[in-house]
Design a binder for this molecule. Structure first.
Ligand SMILES: Cc1cc2nc3c(=O)[nH]c(=O)nc-3n(C[C@H](O)[C@H](O)[C@H](O)COP(=O)(O)OP(=O)(O)OC[C@H]3O[C@@H](n4cnc5c(N)ncnc54)[C@H](O)[C@@H]3O)c2cc1C
Length: 422
C-alpha cells in the first residue's frame, strides 16, 4: 500500500513521519502539535505496545511487578487519539528514499512524507568476547529487555554486571535492594569513567561497596561461559565469577544504518547542524542518535539523556515549523541508586579539577569540576537540589561573564544562592 502526501503544502499542513516512538520522537510530535501543526503526524516504532519511559527500566520498573507496567507509559493510550497522532507500533522501517520523500517498512508498505524525523535512538553494544552472543547474557535498553531482566532477576541469587556506567550501577543498586549478591566488572580504572568526575566515581565506588557490591575495576572480561542455568565470567587477569544472571551494560551504538544507507552523513551518530537538520533536505535527527553541532559546547556531540531527547525534539519541531528555536541548554542528567539522587549539569572534561562541597543537611554533597582553563565545567550533586540548581544556572551560557572560580566554590563560607544573584 502507498500512502501518498503531496509535497509543497504550507508547513503547518505537511505530512510528518517520525521514526522512533520513545522520548525524542514523542516529544517532537507533541511539540509540533503545540506549535500549531495541523497536518498528519505518524510515529513508527518497531517495538510493540504502548511506549514506556526508559529511565525507570533500571530503577523502579525492575523492582516492581508486571501489574504496574502501565504506570510507566510515556503517554497514556488516549494521548495519540487526543492529539490526532497515528502510532504504528511493531513496524520496522527498513529503507529511506531521501530524494523521493518516501520510506519502506519491513512488510513492503511504503509511506510518503514531507518532513522526516529520525528518532531511532541506540542499541546495546555487543560484548566482543567468546560467549558474548549467548542468549543467556542480558542487556537493557527497551521495555522488553527490562521485562525479561525483571523475571530473571527475581529468580536469581547472584548477579554479575559487566560495565560500571550509570545503567550498570543502577541495575546493581536495584538488584542489591532486592537482596541479590551483586558484582560489577568494569574495564576502566574507575566506575563512570566516561561521564563522571574522578571524585564522583570514587563516591559511587564507595557507595556500592558499602552496600556489599563487589566492585572490580581494571577488569577486562575475556569470556562468558554458559553452564546450564548459570554463567561464568572470566577476565584477562584470570578472575572467574559465577552468577545466575549476567547483564552487559557496556554502552550503546547509535541506530543509524537506514540513515547511512540513504546517504545521510553519519559518524558516531547521524550528523546534524544546531537545528538537528541532516545533510538531506527535510530530514532531521534528534535524541540519542543525533551527533549534533552543539550550540552550548560548540562541538559536534552525541548526548544520551532524556533532557537532550526533549531539547533536540523541541528545536527540531520549531525549525520544521519555521519558528525561532531556543538556544541549546547546558546538558543535564539524573540517576538514582539506593537512597541517592544524582543530578548533574554540564560535561566533565577529560582533564578536570574537582572540589567537593557539603550541603546544609547531612548527606548533601556536590562535586564541582573545573576545566584546565579554570572555568566551571560541571556540577554533580547528591541529594542536594540547591547545589544542582545553582550549578546549572552558573553553567548557562548567559553567565559566561560572571565566572566562578574554584576558590569561591571550595570556600565553605561562600553562599551558593548569593552566586545566583550576582
Ligand atoms: C535503562 C535506562 C535508564 C536510563 N536512565 C536515564 C536517566 O536516569 N536519566 C536520563 O536522563 N536518561 C536516562 N536514560 C537515557 C534515556 O532513556 C535516553 O537518552 C532516551 O531514551 C533517548 O531517547 P530516544 O527517543 O532518542 O531513543 P530510544 O529511547 O533509544 O528510542 C528509539 C526508538 O526508535 C525505535 N527504532 C529504531 N530504529 C527503528 C526503525 N528502523 N524502525 C522503527 N523503529 C525504530 C526503537 O524501537 C526505539 O523505540 C536511560 C536509558 C536506559 C536504557
Amino acid at each position: 500500500m502507498t500512502i501518498s502526501a503531496p509535497h509543497q503544502k504550507p508547513v503547518d499542513q505537511q505530512t510528518i513521519v517520525i521514526i522512533g516512538g520513545s522520548h525524542a520522537g514523542i516529544a517532537c510530535a507533541e511539540r509540533l502539535r503545540k506549535l500549531g501543526h495541523t497536518g498528519a503526524i505518524t510515529i513508527i516504532d518497531r517495538l510493540t505496545g504502548l511506549p514506556l519511559e526508559r529511565p525507570p527500566l533500571s530503577k523502579a520498573f525492575l523492582k516492581s511487578d508486571a501489574a504496574g507496567d502501565a504506570s510507566f507509559a510515556l503517554r497514556p493510550d488516549s494521548w495519540f487519539a487526543d492529539n490526532d497522532i497515528i502510532f504504528m507500533d511493531g513496524c520496522d522501517v527498513t529503507a529511506i528514499a531521501a530524494d523521493d520523500h518516501q520510506l519502506t517498512l519491513a512488510d513492503g508498505q511504503t509511506l510518503d512524507w514531507d518532513q522526516l524525523v529520525l528518532a531511532t535512538g541506540a542499541y546495546p553494544r555487543p560484548l566482543p568476547v567468546p560467549g558474548g552472543d549467548s542468549d543467556q547474557l542480558m542487556v537493557l535498553r527497551h521495555p522488553d529487555d527490562a521485562r525479561g531482566l525483571r523475571e530473571k532477576l527475581h529468580l536469581a541469587e547472584t548477579v554479575s554486571i559487566i560495565g560500571g556506567g550509570y545503567i550498570g550501577l543502577e541495575v546493581a543498586a536495584s538488584a542489591r535492594t532486592l537482596g541479590k549478591n551483586v558484582s560489577v566488572i568494569e574495564a576502566a580504572d574507575r566506575l563512570l569513567a566516561r561521564v563522571a568526575s574522578t571524585k564522583a566515581s570514587a563516591y559511587f565506588d564507595a557507595l556500592h561497596q558499602s552496600h556489599d557490591v563487589a566492585v572490580h575495576t581494571n577488569a577486562q572480561v575475556s569470556a562468558i561461559i554458559p553452564s546450564g542455568q548459570h554463567m561464568t565470567v572470566t577476565t584477562k587477569d584470570n578472575m572467574s565469577i559465577d552468577a545466575d544472571l549476567v547483564i552487559a551494560g557496556i554502552g550503546v551504538i547509535p541506530d543509524m544504518d537506514i540513515a547511512a544507507a540513504a546517504g545521510i552523513s553519519t559518524g558516531n551518530g547521524i550528523m546534524t547542524d544546531t537545528c538537528y537538520r541532516t545533510n538531506k533536505p527535510d530530514i532531521y535527527a534528534i535524541g540519542d542518535v543525533a551527533l549534533a553541532a552543539d550550540g552550548y559546547t560548540h562541538g559536534q556531540i552525541r548526548l544520551e539523556s532524556v533532557h537532550h531527547a526533549q531539547m533536540s525534539a523541541d528545536i527540531a519541531a520549531h525549525t520544521i515549523m519555521e519558528q525561532p528555536a531556543g538556544l541549546h541548554e547546558v546538558p543535564w542528567f539524573w540517576s538514582e541508586q539506593y537512597d541517592q539522587r544524582l543530578q548533574s549539569a554540564g560535561l566533565v572534561p577529560a582533564e578536570h579539577e574537582t572540589v567537593r562541597r557539603d550541603g546544609r543537611r547531612d548527606g548533601q554533597i556536590s562535586f564541582w569540576s573545573f576545566a584546565a582553563d579554570g572555568s566551571l565545567a560541571a556540577v554533580e550533586s547528591l541529594n542536594d537540589a540547591q547545589a544542582y540548581m545553582v550549578g546549572r544556572h552558573l553553567l548557562s551560557a548567559d553567565q559566561a561573564d560572571q565566572p566562578v572560580t574554584i576558590d569561591m566554590i571550595a570556600d565553605p563560607a561562600t553562599d551558593l544562592k548569593a552566586l545566583m544573584r550576582r
